[in-house]
Design a binder for this molecule. Sequence first.
Ligand SMILES: Cc1cc2nc3c(=O)[nH]c(=O)nc-3n(C[C@H](O)[C@H](O)[C@H](O)COP(=O)(O)OP(=O)(O)OC[C@H]3O[C@@H](n4cnc5c(N)ncnc54)[C@H](O)[C@@H]3O)c2cc1C
Length: 274
Amino acid sequence: MIKNIQEWYYPENVERALALMKKGRVIPYAGGTSFHRGGTVSAVGMISLKNVGLNFIEETGGKTTIGACARFSKISEYDFRDGRNMLKVAVSLAASNSLRNLITIGGSLASLPAWSNVPTPLLALNAEISIAGTNTAVIEIEDFLDTKPLDGATLITGVFLPKAPGIGVYARYARTTFDYAIADAAVYAGIVSGRLKNVRIAVGDVFPKARRFHEVEEKLNDSLFDIKKITAVLDEMKIQPSANPTFSKEFRVNLVKTMVKRAFEQIGEQAHEN
Ligand SMILES: Cc1cc2nc3c(=O)[nH]c(=O)nc-3n(C[C@H](O)[C@H](O)[C@H](O)COP(=O)(O)OP(=O)(O)OC[C@H]3O[C@@H](n4cnc5c(N)ncnc54)[C@H](O)[C@@H]3O)c2cc1C
């Protein structure tokens, strides 16, 4: 636990939490798992978000809204009925059972550790992030990751997932189930009359931040579902992994391409079963 915290606050709504943040040197505490390594932070106070009313998952107008304080364990028990299920798979594979009972989706998006299981599936699902405070907005996930619009007085309040009638597949590779992932991939696509539609490919953990592969998606959209042709397109994917002391660049490039290819194979199999 961090050592220099002298004050704890337990606000009962978002407005009160934001007012406290404006005081300065007090920071939000959601699952608290990013503080597990101990050390010090420049803040002297913590604002617990547990009572602010953001621990929910609900359906509104075809969208799933996930409150920022929903924990991985809650998301992993939710009954997603379409491609949104890939988020459930992703968070179910993170860390350990006891950590999943703590880690929140909002805390994960605020801290964005390179190994997080959250950004990659959210990119493939075209999610939107709602924030409140000095910046109040609903931001597409790609813009959120590019601009990181959080300052000391802005809270993430929730995540919106639009309908996803296609099939979503998430995969993560780590040396052991508990280890941080070396790479993760999320692929979403529909298959209509044998052709790929709405293809979205996202890859994370090999880069400082997860990203979409729009140029590859464009090549695949509207093409006939043919795993040989998909593999040929994926072979051309330009992947520049960041430095890793343990695994070579070549290994991780091949790993990502294999994960994405297998995701397409699963999409083909599931479409065949439906
Ligand atoms: C041993 C270990 C293994 C892990 N393995 C994985 C893994 O495999 N996959 C994975 O996805 N995660 C994993 N995690 C979790 C990950 O590393 C982060 O700790 C976690 O995502 C942070 O979420 P939290 O809810 O605990 O946030 P907190 O630790 O409470 O907060 C994180 C940061 O975000 C800020 N914050 C929190 N909520 C908000 C909000 N709503 N708005 C604005 N700012 C906010 C806080 O002030 C803090 O700066 C692991 C953690 C540990 C300790």
